[in-house]
Design a protein around this ligand. Structure first.
Ligand code: PLP
Length: 400
């Protein structure tokens, strides 16, 4: 028998069974049984036309609201010109983005390296720090989340998601907001510390705000020992806290700011803003997709809208309003956060509230363990939408 394309080798029964199975998704996400088909501002609709209020912003990603017309136009216009060319040529939209980001964030003289996600931003920040001072040790904190790539996950305080290959003695975890522990660590091995990485407001850790005293002490000690202060602003940055970087609220300047989520309003883009004291050399960092034309157009649109519509101010005002109103609800154990990054602690017996908000009031919120509702809505959340959420939460709390 001669086998050919028209007369292929017969497959064994086992192989036939294997090939007849459709490829499935790798099942790693806990999914709500809702299909979002459309969005506008802080409202999304499912495939049956049901309307939902989005107080979750697709996990702090939606900064200027879903399908903002300026955003859609800027990306569409760019796509009609060119969507991608590699970092081997001049890409003026990257330069425009760096300039606008410097102006809006107030980080003049900083340098921008563009990548594609939050983990990648932190990975590059940690690596850059090590290139800078030729050291290996990283200080991270209890409750921290910095991403799932190699070093980022090693600096994440969750053993469950650290694979054996990511384990390293180079990361030292200290208690969050503990200035004394920090001082002891620097006194003991300060000359070995390459960087300290800290979220201004811990997100996955349950909306825990870094105290200003703690952030100031990180600044003092990293400066004293020539270590790099990395401000993980992936979730708490980009205006969400009512300040461009939440670390700004402490009146300090970090050496590297990592950012991602709100940066592209859903278009994948991340970056690090790097202090002028860290000098680049050709080939030091690199990426294929980072800083592509489309991603830059998306990020430019976001900054233009943030600036034009005063969204940082709106985040501060709406945040203060929500926090004040939430504090009046007697079944709420604690309210934490800054701007539109808010954690609502509920007692154990109210653990179903988040699910009920979605099922009964059609409101998306986020969560953190053990029993925290996380609010991460678009920065242009309106008073009417804030009130709609407060009324729904009040109704849920009273119904129990
Ligand atoms: C503070 C912080 N850093 C880093 C990351 C990782 O970002 P990404 O999922 O884009 O890799 C996240 C994601 O939730 C985050 O909250």
């Amino acid at each position: 028998m001669i086998y050919s394309i028209n007369n292929p080798v017969p497959l064994s029964r086992k192989s036939q069974e294997l090939f007849s199975k459709k490829m499935k998704l790798f099942d790693v996400y806990a999914i709500n049984p809702v299909e979002i088909a459309r969005g506008e501002g802080s409202i999304v609709w499912d495939n049956n036309g049901n309307e939902y209020l989005d107080m979750y912003g697709g996990h702090a990603v939606i900064s200027i609201g879903h399908t903002h017309p300026h955003y859609v136009k800027r990306i569409t216009d760019q796509l009609h010109k060119i969507g991608f060319y590699s970092n081997s040529v001049e890409i003026p939209v990257q330069v425009q983005l760096a300039e606008l980001l410097g102006n809006v964030s107030g980080k003049f003289g900083f340098q921008l390296f563009l990548c594609n996600s939050g983990a990648e931003a932190n990975e590059n920040a940690l690596k850059l720090a090590s290139f800078y001072n030729n050291r290996k040790k990283i200080i991270a904190f209890t409750g921290a989340f910095h991403g799932r790539t190699s070093l980022a996950v090693a600096a994440t305080h969750n053993a469950k998601i650290v694979a054996p290959v990511n384990e390293t003695d180079n990361v030292i975890f200290l208690p969050f907001n503990d200035t004394e522990a920090l001082e002891h660590a620097f006194a003991a091995y300060g000359d070995e510390i390459s960087s300290v990485i800290v979220e201004g407001i811990q997100g996955v850790g349950g909306i825990k705000v870094a105290s200003y005293e703690f952030l100031k002490q990180i600044r003092n000690l990293t400066s004293q020992y020539d270590a790099i202060f990395i401000a993980d602003s992936v979730q708490c940055g980009y205006g969400r806290s009512g300040s461009f970087y939440s670390h700004d609220l402490a009146g300090i300047e970090a050496d590297i700011y990592s950012m991602a989520k709100g940066m592209g309003n859903g278009f994948p883009i991340g970056g690090i803003a790097i202090s002028p004291k860290i000098k680049p050399w050709i080939g030091m960092l690199g990426t294929t997709f980072g800083g592509n034309h489309l991603a830059c157009a998306a990020a430019l649109a976001v900054l233009e809208v943030i600036e034009k519509d005063n969204l940082i101010e709106n985040a501060a005002n709406m945040g203060t309003y929500l926090i004040d109103e939430l504090n009046k609800m007697d079944k709420v154990s604690e309210v934490r956060g800054e701007g539109l990054m808010i954690g609502i602690d509920l007692p154990e017996e109210l653990s179903m509230v988040k699910k009920d908000l979605l099922d009964k009031n059609r409101i998306f919120t986020g969560e953190a363990k053990p029993n925290v509702i996380r609010l991460l809505p678009a920065l242009n959340l309106t008073q009417a939408h804030a009130d709609r959420f407060l009324e729904a939460l009040d109704e849920r709390l009273k119904s129990i």
